[in-house]
Design a binder for this molecule. Structure first.
Ligand code: MRU
Length: 482
């Protein structure tokens, strides 16, 4: 058979990705271990086992792995009575090959599971802008990988062209959605690796490999951070005696939004797996219905009891004493603790304050932006009118109706009981607490890097001039609650 000669470097590109995700998750302990097992089984299903060694395969093996997710276009597998229920949450993306990332089209869920191929930053920007992939941590991860894919595509271009291509790629991704800070943060990290490699005289392939390393690292860090966050949040949930704890949540903060565990929903899952009776009030989350379509779907698969409510019912449930705590995610936490999250969050916080209900923002420190002073400085995305006037193809308002569709709102720090992070639960005043948590995370990461460096040296040292990805074995134990 004729054809182009095989490119051996191509086979290696992204080869460790699936293993890193599963092995990093294996560092999380306690109640989160149960999530890890189920979530890693789902990751195995989605990511495939091609890149995993036998030890890693064993680490993700689970009886539930048989509940395979269909790929390509088609309906979700029906639930036959007596069949094992799909459990655990799903990651929102997987690699088809070194050069193609498959992203679940979240717009089609829950009815249909479609995967969209992403081969470049431009395609990454498209799936992010269109909200095929959404949720602050997930769009950061997809953006990082998309940058690395563009680096790979450009690996044979001369250095000046590559620099221009990478700058254009970064701009396309950063402009895709303005509010979630994770997006620009992840893109800058991967771009910086290209610039550093290029400045050091590395080849295009070496620069692309460095970008790949950074993207993998962002995903592995997120997996570890979200596990730590879930454990911290579990310890912070209010005591309600023997009865179930009733948690209200808004939008979608599970693995579809985050990869692996999730943030607010990660805590819910941790509670469920820890044997704590829990019931979730799921805000439908107009206009995009992330709660109705995605959160209800994820909770159903995880076996967590839940009830879907219209957003406007939240106040009366609080007034009736039927809500014990509110857990929401964040797209950007400003330096003073003001938090941008899905529109409707602010109203929940005001109601929670009125009714004396704990209101927790659950956000990894990668969603904290110390460069943004307060909520007023957070850019709020305005989305298209038809997201409000048309629901799943059905027009619900007269043609030509004037619409305002802010996708996020800002909850002032004063209304937030605590910010649950990968460095524990932070309390007001949030300014110093956030700074201290960032410093702790830096110290933890520095320790991780040092340990990874030692391990790499033992194994023969990194590729000249290119820092390597930390090994999962070097990730730190979960943090404590402040
Ligand atoms: O517009 P979306 O669906 O991307 O908005 C998502 C949210 O508002 C989430 O609450 C936030 O990103 C946190 S995800 C852990």
């Amino acid at each position: 058979m004729s054809g182009p000669p095989p490119d051996p470097s191509r086979r290696r590109f992204f080869r460790q990705f699936a293993g890193d995700v599963a092995a990093s998750a294996a560092q999380v302990v306690g109640a989160v271990t149960a999530i890890r097992d189920q979530s890693a089984a789902e990751a195995q299903t989605l990511l495939g086992t091609a890149g995993l060694g036998s030890a890693d395969r064993a680490a993700v093996a689970s009886p539930n792995a048989a509940t395979a997710t269909e790929t390509g276009q088609g309906a979700l597998p029906p639930r036959a009575t007596g069949q094992p229920m799909p459990t655990g949450f799903r990651t929102p993306f997987r690699f088809e090959s070194d050069a193609v990332l498959l992203v679940i089209d979240q717009r089609a869920l829950p009815e249909t599971l479609i995967e969209i191929p992403v081969r470049s930053a431009q395609e990454g920007a498209r799936v992010i802008r269109s909200m095929a992939v959404r949720g602050a941590p997930a769009i950061g991860q997809v953006a990082a990988i998309s940058m690395a894919l563009s680096g790979w595509l450009a690996r044979n271009a001369p250095s000046p062209s590559r620099r221009t291509l990478m700058a254009t790629a970064a701009q396309a991704l950063t402009l895709a959605r303005p509010t979630a800070v994770n997006l620009g943060w992840a893109v800058r990290r991967v771009l910086a690796r290209h610039e550093a490699a290029d400045a050091a005289g590395a080849s295009g392939l070496e620069a692309a490999t460095a970008m790949r390393d950074e993207a993998e690292r962002i995903v592995a860090e997120a997996t570890d951070d979200h596990g730590r966050l879930a454990e911290a949040g579990l310890a912070a949930l209010p005591e309600v005696g023997d009865r179930e704890i009733r948690i209200l949540t808004h939008c979608n903060t599970g693995p579809l939004a985050c990869g692996q565990f999730g943030t607010a929903l990660g805590i819910v899952q941790a509670a469920h797996h820890a044997g704590r009776p829990v019931h979730v009030w799921v805000d439908e989350t107009r206009p995009y219905l992330q709660g109705a379509r995605l959160t209800a779907w994820e909770l159903d698969q995880a076996g967590v009891p839940h009830t879907l409510i219209p957003d406007v019912a939240a106040g009366s449930l609080m007034a009736a004493g039927e809500v014990d705590a509110i857990l929401v995610g964040a797209d950007r936490v400003a330096a003073n603790g003001d938090t941008a999250n899905k529109v409707g969050t602010y109203a929940l916080a005001v109601l929670a304050g009125h009714h004396g209900i704990p209101f927790y923002v659950c956000a990894p420190l990668s969603s904290v932006d110390l460069a943004t002073r307060d909520g007023l400085a957070i850019p709020i995305e305005e989305r298209p009118a038809d997201e409000v006037t048309v629901i799943r193809g059905q027009r619900i308002a007269p043609l030509g109706t004037v619409v305002r569709n802010p996708s996020f709102d800002v909850t002032p720090a004063a209304l937030i009981s605590g910010i649950v992070t990968d460095e524990g639960v932070l309390r007001a005043p949030f300014g110093p607490a956030l700074e201290a948590a960032m410093a702790r995370r830096e110290a933890r990461r520095a320790g991780t890097d040092a340990a990874a460096g030692a391990a790499t040296q033992e194994a023969g040292g990194p590729v000249a001039g290119l820092p390597s990805t930390p090994t999962a074995a070097a990730t730190a134990a979960p943090g404590s609650v402040q």
